[in-house]
Design a binder for this molecule. Structure first.
Ligand code: GAF
Length: 376
């Protein structure tokens, strides 16, 4: 499928010289473990085929000139001087945030020309912003010989969000974009940052459907959930909810509404991540579906981050005998649903679900995984 990117001018046409470096990073889908990362808990994301690509060449001066092909032929080159980064410029904030955090950490950076494009849909809960941060950090690492390992890249990407863009996110998305590989899920302890790649059993494959309802984490709801968790942890006398033993749940449930339910989501979701990892390792397909559906119910009822369109997609998944389970993925308040289906059956099931959704909901659903047209 052709998009506005295909109409946009290329690097050489814009900047009058060939590029030096190309780098890419994927979006992510979280299989399970939602809103656990900023509570010090466990997550289980995977890379998706949709990616962000950056094309770069260093400059002799301190200017950054940046162009997003996603804006198509109407796009223009935006310019700023290193050290003069100022938030409030849309997609350019992610570029400015990256140069700001790199310079704050003492990395020697010169100016550069940048062309980028992405096929990770914005506001779909699939980490388009993390993909941009990680791709750009990879590109700049190569362009300027920066000493950054993949975990450091993820932490810098998170810093861009929290300190520059103003979205108080956890570390899951940037770790997934930087470290997830192929068909394996990244089992990550967000406190220690220890991780392990857990392959999906060959009998299952993921489905990802974008509901068409967009969201933003710089907005209020995500921030409110995070603050509720921090307040609950304080009232319960623990540093993070990760530190609360399950036996303490009754004490949490006695907190003023809705704090107890928020805590219950976090504790039970952490346990579901561990159970999912066990089921994946054992090839226990029967266990996987109920874990995904339970996670969705917990997000809908206890954490209150779902919306009717997302609930509809999950309900439609239940009508498909070859879909094992489904849940809201990502920060919520819109975005996408992840499902696990029997191998070889996912494309047909996903298409039927998207069609039925179209008969009952206003926004258009898009099947992102499995891909019918390959990413370029
Ligand atoms: C968003 C955030 F960026 C992540 O850090 C995570 O909190 C997620 O929402 C919810 O699990 O994607």
């Amino acid at each position: 499928m052709r998009g506005p990117q295909d109409e946009a001018p290329h690097f050489e046409a814009l900047f009058g010289r060939p590029p030096k470096v190309r780098a890419r990073a994927p979006g992510r889908v979280n299989l399970i473990g939602e809103h656990t990362d900023y509570n010090g808990g466990f997550v289980l994301p995977m890379a998706i085929p949709q990616q962000t690509e950056v094309v770069l060449a260093p400059r002799e001066d301190r200017q950054v000139r940046a162009f997003s092909a996603n804006l198509g032929a109407a796009g223009k080159v935006d310019t700023y001087e290193l050290g003069q980064e100022k938030a409030g410029k849309g997609w350019l904030d992610y570029v400015q945030g990256v140069t700001r955090v790199l310079r704050d950490e003492g990395h020697a950076l010169g100016g550069f020309d940048l062309w980028l494009r992405s096929d990770v849909p914005l506001g779909s809960g699939l980490s388009s912003s993390a993909a941009l941060e990680v791709a750009l950090l990879r590109g700049l690492r190569e362009c300027f010989g920066l000493k950054l390992d993949d975990v450091r890249i993820a932490l810098l990407g998170q810093k861009v969000e929290c300190d520059f863009v103003g979205a108080p996110v956890g570390v899951m998305d940037q770790m997934a974009s930087s470290l997830a590989q192929g068909g394996a899920a990244l089992f990550l302890d967000t406190r220690s940052l220890q991780y392990e790649r857990v392959p999906l059993p060959t009998q299952v494959e993921p489905i990802v459907i974008n509901s068409g309802v967009t969201h933003s984490h710089a907005g209020g709801d995500y921030r409110v959930r995070r603050a509720e968790c921090e307040r609950a942890a304080k009232l319960l006398g623990v540093e993070q909810l990760r530190d609360l033993p399950d036996a303490e749940l009754p004490r949490a449930l006695a907190l003023p509404e809705p704090l107890g339910r928020r805590v219950r989501h976090v504790l039970t979701e952490n346990a579901r991540v561990l159970d999912t990892v066990r089921a994946l390792r054992a090839g226990d397909l029967a266990a996987l579906g109920p874990l995904l559906y339970a996670s969705h119910a917990s997000q809908r009822d206890d954490y209150e981050v779902s919306v009717p369109e997302i609930d509809l997609l999950v309900d439609l998944a239940r009508e498909e005998p070859d879909v094992l389970g489904a849940r809201l993925t990502g920060g919520g308040f819109g975005g996408s649903v992840v499902m696990l289906a029997r191998s070889g059956k996912s494309a047909d099931a996903a298409r039927r679900i998207a069609t039925r959704y179209g008969e009952r909901a206003a926004p258009k659903a898009t099947v992102l995984v499995p891909q019918t047209t390959p990413s370029t």
